[in-house]
Design a protein around this ligand. Structure first.
Ligand code: NAP
Length: 281
């Protein structure tokens, strides 16, 4: 039987509606500042999407579209000013930054209580030790989707393909918190197929078209495809060969319409969370 398709678009709409209904009665609205440096077209699309989401949720948003030649000092100065503003609860710097800018230093400059992307080492540490706090948007979106479909990771073997700081590693932390047994794979993994075949829940986040074929998926596994790649025809696709995987999996996420919309919805939740932490009611 083909897998149940997990509809990230519909669930994201539901999450955003929940955020909107909580924001509506607030006397001081949550505020999000989005900084975009340079003119990367993909980044522009992402930023537009985030602004649209804010509008839908009743969250106040400000965009700073800075020229490519912006200096590190200018960027840090802007972040410093936003850090000090009470109407701004969240600060998001759209990545990647132009090569001449020091990304690490920029992310460190964002005050941890305004770090809605959960990239600051303080928040990453909180996540690591299982404390309450911001949750990184993409992995949190995956967890929310599993929850919605009644998939409890407890006791399950979760295999994550990818060990980046924004997806693979935090995904592992959230899975462990939910009592999954976790394997993280990467380019030095000796036998990727064998590892994937052990998965009750397989999370693909490698950014490689066609990496996960049907023969790498155990009958009945849950398959979550985080990747957003472009194939030879320029079409958006994941790491998983969907037509094969859908015949093996019990649940599967599509690309597009799976994890992507959930990532955006989680940013709205994080901004609301930041506002609450700042005492806005
Ligand atoms: P990344 O920083 O490039 O990391 C990719 C990871 O995959 C690395 O750990 C790499 O291993 C591993 N990998 C690459 N090829 C592999 C292979 N052949 N076998 C095993 N492991 C392999 O990418 P990322 O930022 O985590 O993003 C991953 C994908 O998710 C991309 O397609 C990206 O566009 C997408 N993404 C989607 C969302 C969303 O909202 N849906 C959000 C963020 C990212 P090494 O460490 O050994 O190099």
């Amino acid at each position: 039987m083909p897998a149940v398709v997990m509809d990230g678009k519909a669930l994201a709409a539901k999450v955003k509606e929940q955020v909107r209904s909580q924001v509506e009665p607030m006397s001081q609205k949550p505020g999000l500042a989005v900084i975009l440096v340079g003119d990367n077209p993909a980044s522009r699309v992402y930023v537009n999407g985030k602004k649209k989401d804010c509008g839908e949720c009743g969250i106040y948003s400000e965009e700073y579209a800075l020229p490519e030649e912006t200096t590190q000092e200018e960027l840090l100065e802007l972040i410093g000013a936003l850090n000090d503003r009470a109407d701004v609860d969240g600060i998001l710097v759209q990545l990647p930054l132009p090569k001449h800018l020091n990304e690490k230093e920029v992310l460190l400059a964002i005050r941890p209580d305004k770090d809605v992307d959960c990239f600051h080492p303080f928040n990453v540490g909180q996540l690591m030790i299982g404390e309450e706090g911001f949750q990184p948007c993409t992995p949190a979106g995956v967890m929310r989707m599993l929850e919605e479909y009644g998939i409890d990771p407890a006791g399950k073997h979760c295999v994550i393909v990818g060990r980046s700081n924004i997806v693979g590693k935090p995904q592992a932390m959230l899975m462990v918190k939910k009592n999954a047994t976790v394997t993280i794979c990467h380019t030095k993994t000796r036998d990727l197929k064998a590892e994937c075949l052990r998965a009750d829940i397989l999370v693909a986040a490698a950014g490689r078209v066609g990496l996960i074929t049907g023969d790498m998926i155990r009958e009945g596994a849950v398959v979550v495809d985080v990747a957003m790649n472009r194939n030879d025809q320029g079409k958006l696709c994941g790491d998983v060969v969907y037509s094969q995987a859908v015949e093996k999996a019990s649940y599967i996420t599509p690309v597009p319409g799976g994890v992507g919309p959930m990532t955006r919805a989680m940013l709205m939740e994080n901004t609301l969370y930041a506002a609450r932490c700042h005492g806005k009611v």
